[in-house]
Design a protein around this ligand. Structure first.
Ligand SMILES: Cc1cc2nc3c(=O)[nH]c(=O)nc-3n(C[C@H](O)[C@H](O)[C@H](O)COP(=O)(O)OP(=O)(O)OC[C@H]3O[C@@H](n4cnc5c(N)ncnc54)[C@H](O)[C@@H]3O)c2cc1C
Length: 522
């Protein structure tokens, strides 16, 4: 992963000149952004840890697994939101964790947490580093230093129970590594967020992630059967049976806990045999309201697509769902919907037939396979576009929410109005990314001129959008999690008493307050 951009440098693409020209005209961009510093020009605040602290950490995890070198601290300085990328492009001094620690097992994590509590050092668990909500900000709170606890060494397929269809996966496995290990034995997890190539099993659990195949396989938290969590107060092994009436489900406390309550070391997950067949079909709808009613019909009838998503008119017009064709002539009119089906040949045929009938009845026109295949082909590449846009002087960021079907139109209008009010002239694109029988999530992409003070201007737009979301009955986040960025809305989201419950749990598990200060819990 690049330290100042997304992913693999070999896949980065410059914007074609005609797209740049269009952007300049539409958004009032006057020129490329000033280039950020090269790696050897970045200036970090010096590490606040003494040689004695580093030696004590090295005694626990081995010298090779502790580093206070800038080259190791910089890639863990934050996540991959647009504000993170803008901060990495700054020539001012940047903050970063004071050291990086890579434990190899639960005993080492327990020992590191004890040492950090004793020496008043904050600990930020680090998975793939793809947080987009400030979940990895190197905040020290009242403590004297902060370390990044990188979990990449917990990378084993610990167990595969083929009778039950359950796999135990190490928290540090990335999406592709986990799928490759399962595929060797004929199994699949089926969790494909756009950050799939870099994000980890522990990160998915800690943020309650949702992947693009959620209609078929559910959100990540739906897949979790059990968890192991190391906390400063002890280790928990949760999830004894496929279902249980033994009081509140404590797994739910740690799903979405974002490193503030404990370190997730292993996750037991429902897996399924690799599908025998996949089928694709794209659709067009005259407008977003018709398309969203069609998706609701599919979900409420339970016709069983693995993927179903709907772009609004603006997103369809710029071909955002088909990354290879972005900026070209619109490939589809109205609103594009994509459906994908997986399973045995019989299951695929039935699911596709039932879904087709529902979409046709709701006013859809089939576009055949090609646009749906094009979406799948480029589905992990859109983040590279954000880097090219930044280079070309355009601010591009995303945000997401969810609500019930009845409130969805009002929520979409309120967020669009808030964003365009805060960023006049901005292009606001939207799609339905995840569906449920009772509602759906909305995913917004905002493109505006970078201009002066882009961090402040984005903060104002984000603030306006967050307030609009809560006022319109949405959740502050459907799958990106809370981190530092959504924390100001947590009291509105769960109420004063809800916040007090989280604080009480944290006080019990992490009395010294070392775990990820400044995130999630107000
Ligand atoms: C381009 C892009 C596209 C994205 N698309 C999606 C998407 O489609 N769906 C989606 O859900 N999200 C998406 N995200 C957000 C992000 O990828 C998810 O939040 C992901 O689950 C984070 O996983 P990670 O391993 O990178 O965790 P990190 O970013 O490293 O950490 C995220 C948070 O979890 C904590 N954490 C990490 N590992 C552990 C652990 N083992 N124990 C305890 N706490 C831990 C961290 O302290 C931090 O607070 C996207 C992000 C980007 C940049």
């Amino acid at each position: 992963m690049k330290w100042d951009a997304w992913g693999d440098p070999a896949l980065a693409k410059e914007l074609p000149p005609d797209v740049k020209g269009l952007l300049a005209a539409a958004l009032g961009i006057t020129g490329d952004a000033a280039p950020g510093p090269a790696l050897d020009e970045v200036r970090l605040h010096p590490s606040r840890l003494a040689a004695d602290d580093l030696a004590a950490l090295a005694a626990l995890v081995g010298e090779a697994h502790v580093s206070a070198a800038d080259a190791d601290r910089l890639p863990r300085a934050g996540g991959k939101s647009t504000p993170d990328l803008l901060r990495r492009r700054s020539r001012d001094r940047q903050d970063a964790p004071d050291a990086v620690v890579l434990p190899g097992d639960e005993d080492e994590i327990t020992a590191v947490l004890a040492l950090c509590a004793e020496r008043r050092i904050a600990v930020v668990p680090f998975g793939g580093g793809t947080s987009v909500v400030g979940g990895l900000d190197p905040e020290r709170g009242p403590l004297r230093a902060v370390v990044s606890l990188d979990l990449r060494r917990l990378d084993a397929l610990i167990d595969l129970d083929e009778t039950s269809g359950e796999a135990v996966l190490g928290a540090g496995l990335t999406g592709p590594a986990a799928e490759a290990l399962l595929a060797e034995r004929g199994w699949e997890l089926g969790h494909y967020p756009q950050s799939f190539r870099y994000a980890t099993i522990g990160g998915f659990a800690a943020t309650r992630s949702s992947g693009q195949d959620s209609a078929g396989y559910g959100r990540f938290d739906d897949m979790v059967r059990g968890l192991r969590v190391v906390t400063p107060a002890g280790t928990l092994d949760l999830g004894r049976a496929p279902a249980s009436a033994a009081g509140p489900d404590l797994r739910q406390l740690f799903l979405g806990s974002e490193g503030t309550l404990g370190v997730i070391t292993a996750v037991r997950l429902r897996v399924h045999p690799l599908p025998a067949l996949k089928a694709y079909e794209a659709w067009s709808f005259p407008d977003f309201a018709t398309g969203s009613a069609a998706l609701r019909a599919v979900e409420q009838q339970g016709t069983g697509p693995t993927v179903i998503r709907l772009s609004d008119e603006a997103e369809t017009m710029v071909n955002l769902a088909m990354t290879e064709q972005i900026g070209g002539a619109p490939a589809v009119s109205g609103c594009l919907a994509v459906t994908v089906f997986e399973g045995s040949a019989e299951q695929v045929a039935t699911r596709q037939e039932l879904t087709r009938a529902a979409l046709l009845a709701a006013g859809g026109t089939s576009l055949g396979e090609a646009p749906a295949r094009a979406w799948e082909h480029g589905r992990f590449n859109a983040p590279y576009l954000r880097d090219s846009l930044l280079d070309a002087g355009a601010l591009c960021e995303t945000l997401e929410t969810a609500t019930s079907w009845s409130r969805l139109p009002g929520l979409r209008a309120a967020v669009t109005e808030a964003l365009t009010g805060a960023l006049p002239g901005a292009l606001v694109l939207c799609h339905i990314s995840h569906v449920y029988p009772t509602g759906a999530s909305l995913y917004f992409t905002v493109v505006a001129a970078l201009g002066d003070e882009p961090l402040d201007r984005w903060a104002a737009a984000k603030h306006a959008a967050g307030d609009a979301i809560l006022a319109a009955g949405g959740t502050i986040t459907h799958h990106h999690a809370v981190g530092a960025d959504h924390r100001p809305w947590m009291t509105a989201e769960i109420g004063d008493l809800g916040v007090r419950i989280l604080r009480a749990v944290k006080a019990e598990l992490d009395p010294a307050g070392i775990l990820n200060p400044g995130k999630l819990i107000p």
